[in-house]
Each structure stands twice: as C-alpha cells, then as structure tokens.
Design a protein around this ligand. Structure first.
Ligand SMILES: Nc1ncnc2c1ncn2[C@@H]1O[C@H](COP(=O)(O)OP(=O)(O)OP(=O)(O)O)[C@@H](O)[C@H]1O
Ligand SMILES: [Mg+2]
Length: 214
C-alpha cells in the first residue's frame, strides 16, 4: 500500500530524514514513535503529500507520489488521505455538521445522510449545530475523526491524535479509532511519543534523529 524508498529530507542544511525505507501493508495499523524533533511529523507529512522529500520515492498504491505535480498531489490528499491532528484543526467558524461535510464537498460527493451516520458513529448526536469552541477536546477530536473518514480515504494519518487530551480521554479516542479502523479496513499510521498509544498498533517502528529502527 505504502512504500518508502531511500527518502531524504533537509531543512536548509539540516538533514531531518536520513535514507528512510519501510513498507506499510493494506489494512495495517502502524505506529511511529520517537522523541520530539526526531522527524515524525515531517515523515507523516511526506506520506500525506503535504511536504516533499529531496530524494527517494514515496509509492502509494503503485504510484510514486513524489513525482506528482502540486495539482495531482492536492487531489491525492483530498481523495486518498484522512488526517487527524493533535490540535484537531477544525474550521472554527462552521458547525460540527459542516466541518464533517467538508471532505465530501471538496470531492463533490456531498451526502447529508452519510454525515448524519458518521456523527452517530463517533457519538456526537445532538452536537450537529455546535461550533468547535463549544466542544470539549475529546469531542473536537471526534469531529476530526469523522472528518478524516467520511470520504472513505484508504489511508489515515494521525499525528499525536491524543497529544492534547488527558490520558482517559486519549484512551477513549484510541478505542474509537481502533474500532472504526477494524470495521473499515483502513491503512493507518499513528505518530506518537507515548508508548501506551503505540501499543494499540499492530507494528511499531522507532525514529531517532531521522533514522528508522524497525
Ligand atoms: N519547516 C521547517 N523548517 C525548518 N526546520 C524544521 C521545519 N519543520 C521541522 N523542522 C525541524 O525538523 C526536525 C523534525 O521536526 P518534526 O516536526 O518532524 O519532529 P517531530 O518528531 O514531529 O517532533 P514533535 O514530537 O515535537 O512533534 C526538528 O528539529 C524541527 O525543528
Ligand atoms: Mg510532530
């Protein structure tokens, strides 16, 4: 499903990712752990088409996305990938319902029933008309999870999805993510520095100073 071959990334003269190669199978749940500054977010952003590597290949479904034009990369992000972030990244001026609808609208496949179903699935019934600031952190992350999944992307990328939640809420969010993934058969990569979060994954790889240890 996802294959990285000798990926190198620099910020100026700083070599942030060093000759990274690994594969993630379809339907696999992989966790990437490593200390702050080790390159986890950079790596996830390259897989998600939000950032580009200087060299190496990023092959997704037999296509090398590192050779994509910006327009093609935008379509890749929009259709194939669902993102979950530490600070939720919801649009502040629109409702829960509208936030979750966004990927469907962007892909021209708006379906109100589907949005309602996902609101139910993540346990947010009754909150449809709320704005993000009216929700708790855990509720905001539920919105983000529904938004990440609604357009049926094949890949889910989560960068510290529990990083701004207390451990109890974080565990509930992980249970929700795992339950949904099991049912939907998605490929998921979670970046975290907390080992108890990584334990939810089927496989864990470690990154240290831009080098992968499998
Ligand atoms: N846009 C940028 N320009 C310059 N340096 C950057 C940029 N983004 C990240 N870096 C540097 O690259 C290194 C890796 O950053 P990255 O965000 O990937 O780390 P991380 O493992 O996700 O850390 P954290 O756990 O704190 O989120 C850091 O030293 C960071 O300062
Ligand atoms: Mg990070």
């Amino acid at each position: 499903m996802i294959k990285l071959e000798h990926v190198d990334k620099y910020y100026g003269s700083f070599h942030v990712l060093k000759d990274i190669s690994f594969e993630v199978g379809k339907g696999e749940f992989l966790s990437i752990v490593g200390r702050s500054g080790s390159g986890k977010s950079t790596l996830l952003n390259i897989i998600g088409g939000m950032d580009k590597a200087e060299s190496g290949k990023v092959i997704v479904d037999n296509e090398d996305i590192s050779s994509y034009s910006d327009d093609k990369l935008t379509l890749y992000r929009r259709r194939k990938v669902g993102f979950i972030f530490q600070f939720f990244n919801l649009l502040p001026n629109i409702t829960v319902f509208e936030n979750i609808s966004m990927p469907l609208i962007l892909n021209n496949i708006m379906d109100e029933e589907k949005v309602k179903n996902f609101i139910k699935l993540v346990g947010l019934e009754g909150k449809e008309k709320s704005f993000p600031f009216q929700l708790s952190g855990g509720e905001q992350q539920r919105v983000a999870i529904a938004r990440a999944l609604i357009h049926s992307p094949e890949i889910i990328l989560a960068d510290e999805p529990t990083g701004s939640l207390d451990s109890e809420t974080g565990a509930m969010i992980m249970e929700l993510i795992c339950g949904l993934m099991r049912n939907l058969g998605k490929t998921i990569i979670i970046v975290t520095h907390e080992s108890y979060i990584a334990q939810y994954a089927g496989r864990i790889i470690t990154i240290k100073d831009g080098i992968i240890y499998k």
